[in-house]
Design a binder for this molecule. Structure first.
Ligand code: IMP
Length: 235
């Protein structure tokens, strides 16, 4: 039997990227009245955790752990949720992958903009007939939830979502961010930038990873007699 939880679980989106927050929030906000979603900027903690690992999994965990350590004392029940995402292009041997944010070469000390990266990608693929690509997101959760007997249940979890598609020849569409104007989803023949957030969230790499993470979390909590989080797909 599951206990009744009388504490709200605070989910902290462990990212300073406003574009990711815009997509993540609606994916998490309505799953349960027990869950409150908040951001680093709302908590006055605009920290940037450097992505020093060489895999999406490593970087996602690094961010979830860092934000959990920083803010865990402020909440009795919390989950730090981090997202690391990469675009893997077959003809480029899987690049830019984990380096998607830093793909375009820049002068020392300068970070490339989304536009710099998109232009560099299209230039790197000029004349290339194999345009197959994969968008991959890894979601890392690090949380602490009080259990029925007053103990603290601590957990870490990783979940992945991927979508296959291709890199277009030219940019298409004006919605979204990052590589959205040049990533065409196989299943729709539209780029993410031609979709808008609601449609993108129905099928994206990010939303698949979040749904998987929530399903796994719900199972883990149930196995540990912690109240189930209501998932619409799995009542
Ligand atoms: P990171 O997960 O912050 O390391 O993201 C890497 C880079 O991938 C970002 O700077 C964006 O350029 C790109 N990116 C991440 N998610 C998406 C997405 O959903 N669409 C398009 N580009 C994305």
């Amino acid at each position: 039997m599951n206990a009744t939880l009388d504490t709200t679980i605070t989910v902290i989106l462990a990212t300073g990227n406003r574009d990711k927050v815009k997509e993540l929030r609606p994916l998490l906000e309505d799953i349960s009245p027990l869950i409150r979603v908040t951001t680093l900027s709302e908590l006055g903690a605009e920290v940037e955790i450097e992505e020093t690992e060489e895999t999406l999994e490593g970087n996602a965990l690094l961010k979830a752990r860092g934000i959990f350590e920083l803010l865990s004392e402020r909440f009795p029940a919390l989950i730090a949720l981090a997202d690391d995402t990469g675009l893997e292009v077959e003809a480029l041997g899987g690049a830019p992958g984990v380096y998607s944010a830093r793909f375009a070469p820049m002068p020392e000390g300068k970070s490339p903009s989304y536009q710099d990266n998109v232009r560099h990608l299209l230039a790197s693929m000029a004349g290339c007939s194999n345009r197959k690509a994969l968008f991959r997101t890894v979601i890392a959760l690090k949380g602490r939830i009080p259990s029925q007997n007053g103990e603290q249940f601590l957990f870490e979890h990783l979940a992945e979502g991927e979508v296959s598609g291709s890199v277009t020849i030219d940019e298409r569409g004006s919605e979204g961010f990052g590589y959205d104007p040049v990533f065409m989803v196989d299943a729709t023949a539209k780029t993410y930038a031609e979709m808008g957030i609601t449609e993108k969230n129905r099928l994206s790499h990010r939303s698949l990873a979040v749904q998987k993470a929530l399903l796994d979390l719900r199972k883990t909590l149930a196995e540990n007699s912690i109240p189930l989080i209501y998932c619409p797909d799995n009542p």
